[in-house]
Design a protein around this ligand. Sequence first.
Ligand SMILES: *Cc1c(COP(=O)(O)O)cnc(C)c1O
Length: 463
Amino acid sequence: MSNTEKKIPYKIYLSENDIPKKWYNLRADMKNKPAPLLNPGTGKPLTAEEMSGIFCEELVAQELDDKTPYIDIPQEIQDFYKMYRPAPLVRAYCLEKALGTPAKIYYKFEGNNTSGSHKLNSAIAQAYYAKKQGLKGVTTETGAGQWGTALSMACAYLGLDLKVFMVKVSYEQKPFRREVMRTYGAEVTPSPSMTTEVGKKILAEHPNTTGSLGCAISEAVEVAVTNEGYRYVLGSVLNQVLLHQSVIGLETKAALDKYGVKPDIIIGCAGGGSNLGGLIAPFMGEKLRGEADYRIIAVEPASCPSFTRGVYAYDFCDTGMICPLAKMYTLGSGFIPSANHAGGLRFHGMSTTLSQLYDDGLMEAVAVEQTDVFEAAEKFARIEGILPAPESSHAIKVAMDEALKCKETGEEKTIVFGLTGTGYFDMVAYEKFNDGEMTDYIPTDEDLAKSIATLPKVPGTND
Ligand SMILES: *Cc1c(COP(=O)(O)O)cnc(C)c1O
């Protein structure tokens, strides 16, 4: 270990003053902008007015703004961030030693708050703008439960009502998540449910379904548009969410800059793309402006492989096909991942921003199988102490693989990955893994062709 290296502590903490005061809007630096959301009825780009029936006004403005590079973070949100930020950037010395790699590994840990993940960064922002608009409350969906938990914390803090539709399989498998949300005052309904028209329709067609994010989104949107004083909020995929999550990348960059460290590889798990979009934002900005180059890798589950096996096309974000169309890497909105898939990241599509960057060859993607992911998770827990969320463990798995490649070649690459959260509520999945009962599921080409065939035929888009 060289002298300069010794100076890097196990945890690089920034001061409270270093918490970003502006979010960075990566789209401002993209030459090829992400494609606009379309009205499924007309095939035309959604206007702010059309969107404002579903989303809060200020969030609509952020969604549509692909020009302003920096957007002020309101003081109230900055104050909330101070309760749990800055998040530490950890040098994984123990992991490097255990792997015997010359690679230098860092991870940005976003699990240091009660909700246990990065989702709180956007939850507080979205709840703040809803409150500022004078709304009574918001509706949303949650899959594994992290988003619902984060939003329930934010809504409790601001005194906003919250109705959560939770994917049925998670509602049943994760009763503690559900109770945390209720403790913070949220109303939680398993989805699909008989409380909405779209839920009834889905249940009539698929009576035994364990639900999907797409179904839950349809229900939450329906409740928002049919109840006075409510709007719908979404925890991933949207550009506004990536904007809020840029605090992850901005802090990571500030911490690395403090020690003059330049990463070679940046790795993150990708469900809807918000943590990855946030982590890479300032680095990708440099790449787009030609100031630096980085290898950026999105990691997705082999059971829900939007980037690696999906198509880049306009698609619905929800199963009920009531949401706007987004141009993204997608498996088709009818895709429901196998029920044996325990590891989160179950959304059929991907952020439009990341989809465009991937299509432009500015980032890579790999798909990994869940037994390998849990093996990496367990190894990481034993070596670095933190019990990781299964989602985060996708990034751990690939970070370890890259570090082991360095061991073979002798290259001292610097690897940064996003450790998005903790896995305390995922012990049913860990139990399955520990009992040797976890299996891998990889959809066949036929399965995917079937769901991809459900892509909408909108004039001027997919034809
Ligand atoms: C929600 C979640 C993810 C995946 O969502 P993205 O929007 O792709 O970031 C990853 N890790 C954790 C811990 C999560 O809660």
